[in-house]
Design a protein around this ligand. Structure first.
Ligand code: HEM
Length: 595
């Protein structure tokens, strides 16, 4: 049995409401009393497949000339269950968050960062750009790219995995609005503090509202799951987000009309640490436990190691936070070491990220190559944490902070090497799943990987090299071009995936290997009998097909030649053009025999 089929078939005994997108076969199988309603409206008996075609109820009603409301009422009365009018946009809640994350990173985030790096390269010094401009870039990346991406994944993924109702639309609008107000307000305040001194605290307040909104969403979704380690990581991410937002608000309030140039080094580092380790890493560890085993094809996570990771990691974040007010060297070294130990424990819990999945030609299974992003990201997590611990130890021994270039390289290893590489990899796998679709341009997966891997390696190496050879400053801008290009290609791929072109069948009337089986059978339910008669038995067995299953993939999975199958279907479609007939109609090629 295919994995998709297993998902579809795994809800025995559930008295779910009936909704218009369900197929005739699904409703007849779940609620046998509905069979009589369908028969009365013309659904034929067949011995070759289960009763009822894989035709959605709204298509069935339209094709039989009956009102959808009447059909749903009859089915609901026969089954004794309610009708669902669930808002179809609820399943697409991630889209505005992800779109906002991409727009912000390409403009105020990586776009602005590229200009800064060119200036650094031109002048040959990290001190050549004002601190306020660096903070503006850092805040835009963290609050405007990382946060909306994580929140977007959470608001769509959590209801699917916990079976809780979708978060309320108004709450999501408030969350996104507060995030954008925070990011835009902070950026404007950083660059024009004297003009809008009040924007700093106001944008900080908006971020506190966003953090509370995220806590409300996660608490509602995970209320019954606190025992599960993955849920505790996600709740910890939400809690640290509030601490981060409050610290940010305090910094902005104190800086007032002077702007972020007045932040202390310690304050700037605290904000980045809370964002990276408190919010982002907890979220990655939590969602990663649910998502990565599927992507890597490994077994279930080892719970002992994961529990240890939770304790070590969050103790480490706490120690790092304390280091900014008390015992700086001791707490910072302990904190960085505990976070590094937590990362190792988590990697052990996830069985070392060894991919056990064999390469598969099925496009809906995602590209096997995406696993490389995960492996590279965790290499950089461990490398970045090693640099962090080494920096703290050397600083503690020598009694001075590590040089700026060293801190910059360490941070970049964590923000881009780890976090951004992970976002690019998981994004290209998970976002198509959340949208029930395929990645728009799978051929971009390898180039994006090469660009981000090369750009980040160049940046970290060149920034470290500036400590010995100032000429290395000249190379730095090249890394920005590589990374920005990776982000542009990723954004293009994701936008096209989230807002896809309509299926080729709907545009041209002809099937291709990329045609979705669900679309084909919704438009031409009569074709189903041919497919079953040809031996594509999967179609006769299931109650509905996954929205992302393509014709080519279905044919290959059943041992058929995809091109030949598509050609046969097109012969039938051209013979039946515009008539919507069932097999057996005069003029159709080779109606299948029953039995
Ligand atoms: C094209 C990609 C990027 C470029 C060109 C870039 C450039 C820069 C530059 C020039 C600096 C200041 C110099 C230094 O400390 O090394 C910096 C700092 C920083 N960057 Fe980036 N960056 C990029 C991507 C990112 C991403 C994806 C993130 C987060 C996910 C990020 C987060 C930060 C943070 C937090 C800081 C420190 C801000 C502070 O000190 O307050 N950057 N970046």
């Amino acid at each position: 049995m295919r994995a998709d089929e297993a998902n579809i078939e795994s809800r025995p005994g559930r008295r779910a409401p009936i909704h218009p997108a369900m197929t005739v076969r699904q409703v007849a199988a779940d609620y046998p009393a509905c069979g009589a309603v369908f028969r009365r409206h013309g659904e034929p008996e067949r011995s070759s497949a289960k009763f009822g075609h894989l035709e959605p109820l709204d298509h069935f009603a339209r094709r039989h000339g009956i009102s959808l409301d009447m059909l749903l009422t009859e089915l609901s009365q026969a089954a004794g269950v309610e009708i669902s009018r669930a808002d179809p946009s609820a399943g697409r809640a991630h889209r505005p968050f992800v779109a906002a994350a991409l727009v912000v990173t390409l403009s105020l985030g990586a776009g602005w960062g590229t200009l800064l790096l060119f200036e650094i390269g031109r002048q040959g010094s990290l001190a050549s750009i004002p601190a306020a401009q660096v903070v503006a870039h850092g805040e835009a990346q963290l609050w405007g790219f990382v946060v909306p991406f994580v929140v977007g994944v959470a608001v769509s993924f959590l209801p699917r995995t916990t079976a809780c109702p979708h978060p309320h639309r108004a709450l999501l609008d408030l969350l996104l609005g507060a995030l954008l107000a925070g990011v835009l307000g902070e950026f404007a305040w950083s660059l024009a503090t004297r003009r809008w001194p009040w924007l700093g605290p106001a944008s900080g307040f908006a971020q506190v509202v966003a953090a509370l909104g995220f806590l409300a969403v996660t608490a509602q979704q995970l209320a019954g799951k606190v025992r599960a380690p993955w849920a505790r990581f996600v709740l910890a991410a939400a809690a640290w987000m509030i601490v981060w937002a409050v610290v940010d608000l305090a910094l902005r309030g104190r800086a007032g009309p002077v702007g972020p140039g007045a932040y202390s080094e310690s304050g700037r580092r605290l904000v980045v640490e809370l964002a990276l380790f408190g919010f982002a890493l907890n979220a990655v560890y939590g969602f990663g436990q649910r998502l990565l085993p599927g992507m890597l094809g490994g077994g279930a996570p080892r719970s002992g190691a994961i529990e240890a990771a939770f304790g070590l990691h969050n103790t480490g974040v706490l120690a790092l936070a304390v280091s900014h007010v008390q015992w700086p060297s001791l707490c910072a070294t302990l904190g960085a070491s505990a976070i590094a130990a937590g990362a190792v424990a988590w990697a052990i819990g996830l069985r070392g990220f060894r991919s056990q999945r064999r390469s598969t030609p099925r496009p809906e299974a995602g590209l096997a190559f995406l696993v490389r992003y995960i492996q590279l990201a965790f290499f950089w997590l461990l490398a970045g944490l090693a640099l962090l611990v080494a920096g703290q130890l050397i600083g503690a021994v020598q009694g001075i902070d590590p040089p700026r270039a060293y801190l910059g390289a360490t941070r970049h290893a964590l923000t881009v090497g780890f976090l951004t590489t992970l976002i690019l990899g998981v994004g290209q796998r998970l976002l198509p799943i959340l949208s029930h679709d395929l990645l728009a341009w799978p051929r971009l997966v390898v180039p994006i990987f090469v660009l981000i891997a090369a750009g980040n390696a160049l940046r970290v190496a060149a920034e470290l090299a500036t400590l010995a050879w100032p000429i290395a400053f000249r190379i730095l801008p090249a890394s920005a071009i590589l990374e920005l290009t990776a982000l542009v290609l990723f954004a293009a791929n994701i936008f096209r995936t989230l807002w896809p072109r309509s299926d080729p069948l709907l545009r041209t009337g002809r099937a291709t290997p990329a045609t979705r089986v669900a679309v084909l059978l919704a438009e031409h339910p009569w074709l189903e009998d041919y497919l079953v008669a040809w031996g594509l038995r999967y179609i006769g067995r299931v109650r509905s097909v996954p929205a992302e299953l393509t014709l080519g993939s279905l044919a290959a999975g059943e041992g058929f030649d995809p091109e030949a199958t598509v050609a046969r279907i097109n012969v039938l479609l051209s013979g039946n053009a515009g008539r919507g007939q069932r097999p057996g109609t005069p003029g159709l090629p080779g109606p299948p025999a029953e039995g």
